[in-house]
Design a protein around this ligand. Sequence first.
Ligand SMILES: Nc1ncnc2c1ncn2[C@@H]1O[C@H](COP(=O)(O)OP(=O)(O)OP(=O)(O)O)[C@@H](O)[C@H]1O
Ligand SMILES: O=C(O)c1ccc[n+]([C@@H]2O[C@H](COP(=O)([O-])O)[C@@H](O)[C@H]2O)c1
Length: 217
Amino acid sequence: MGLLVFYGGTFDPIHDGHLAIARAARDTLRAQVRLMPAADPPHRALPGASAEHRARMLDLAVAGEDELMVDRRELRREGRSYTVETLREVRAEVGPEQPLALLVGADSFLDLPKWKEWQALFDLAHFVVAERPGSPLEAGRIAFAAGRETAEVEALRQAPAGRVFRLNQPLHAESASQVRSLIAAGEPWREYVPAAVAGYIERHGLYGVRALRGASV
Ligand SMILES: Nc1ncnc2c1ncn2[C@@H]1O[C@H](COP(=O)(O)OP(=O)(O)OP(=O)(O)O)[C@@H](O)[C@H]1O
Ligand SMILES: O=C(O)c1ccc[n+]([C@@H]2O[C@H](COP(=O)([O-])O)[C@@H](O)[C@H]2O)c1
């Protein structure tokens, strides 16, 4: 059975690191990847851009990309976007046999034991973990996932949930907070986001961006 991958995030805004990881997961796992913006992400301050702006930037970033799509299901739900609730909703739609995976960065994965009902997540989906500078996945720090790790893509198709797979890909240093800070400081930032996303940020005046001299907004 095909594997379905969900990539949740605040995406405030989506940057080249996000896109590279989504593509790497798609290509390595030969699976569709659904980028899923959080309406109200747990464990962080309110996003700088509205949920609708963040989702529209995702639409622009995946336009023309094979097997990358945007899933707005968390935007339709009231309250905090807890992943366990989202995965239960997805599971109810796809049935108990469908292999599902959640794509996360290493920093998110290291924080997993702080997530709502985190142990239940392993009954609902596999985890695909993208390494990230500054968040080493040492055995001691991911002891909560002991016995679940696999290096075999096929293992993710052979069970509906419960395994942990490390995505082997070049490290990406971009972060959304860095992009927001650069914009606010009036420093160069466009190179870190897809060109269509940069255009959107400028047109809508997001993150305190300064209008280009002579440009129409
Ligand atoms: N450069 C990166 N390398 C690996 N994983 C990443 C990278 N950027 C984001 N991620 C992962 O993508 C998911 C969504 O990230 P998020 O939207 O919070 O972006 P962020 O860059 O971490 O944002 P912020 O700087 O605002 O915290 C998280 O699981 C995060 O770990
Ligand atoms: O469910 C939780 O308790 C939970 C706690 C922290 C983060 N998450 C999810 O993890 C994803 C990445 O979160 P963030 O804050 O790094 O964008 C996003 O989909 C969040 O909804 C989920």
